[in-house]
Design a protein. Structure first.
Length: 139
C-alpha cells in the first residue's frame, strides 16, 4: 500500500470530519491572547508550518487543549516527562525536496543532479497529554 496516498487520505479525512461536525478547522475558537494560535514544538519553540498548522489546530479544538505546544514521545522522554497511557497522538507530515548529485561518471552533466521528494510522517502529542514536563517556556 502506498504510504503517501494513505497520508494524504488521512489529512483529507480529518478535515472532512471537522467540517461534517460543524467545526471549520480554519476558525480559531480559543483564546489567542497568549500566543497559542500557532502550534509550536515544545522542545525547540519552532512553529509548525503548512498543513501541520491546520492539523494541530484542529486537534487542539477536538481535544480541548489549552496549550498549543506539541512534542514526540521521544522528546517527552528526554525531558523527563511521559505521555499518559491511553493518549492518542496526532499524525503530522514533513516534506522536503532533496538535491542529490548522481555519482555516475558517465552521466551527462544535466542528468547528474536529481531532486527527490521526501515525505515522512511523525506522531506528536499535545503538552496536555503528558506528565512531568518542565514549566514553560522551555527554550
Amino acid at each position: 500500500m502506498n504510504t503517501t496516498v494513505d497520508l494524504y487520505a488521512s489529512v483529507t479525512n480529518k478535515i472532512i470530519a471537522a467540517l461534517e461536525a460543524g467545526t471549520p478547522p480554519w476558525v480559531c475558537p480559543w483564546d489567542r491572547s497568549h500566543g497559542s494560535a500557532i502550534p509550536a514544538n515544545l522542545t525547540t519553540g519552532r512553529p509548525y508550518r503548512g498543513i501541520n498548522v491546520l492539523l494541530l489546530n484542529l486537534q487542539q479544538i477536538v481535544g480541548g487543549y489549552a496549550d498549543n505546544r506539541w512534542l514526540t514521545f521521544q522528546q517527552a522522554s528526554k525531558l523527563g516527562g511521559r505521555i499518559r497511557r491511553g493518549e492518542s497522538g496526532t499524525r503530522i507530515v514533513f516534506f522536503k525536496l532533496l538535491d542529490r548529485d548522481d555519482l555516475a561518471v558517465s552521466a551527462p552533466p544535466s542528468a547528474a543532479r536529481k531532486v527527490i521528494p521526501l515525505l515522512r510522517s511523525f506522531t506528536v502529542f499535545n503538552a496536555a497529554q503528558a506528565d512531568g514536563l518542565p514549566a514553560r517556556p522551555l527554550h
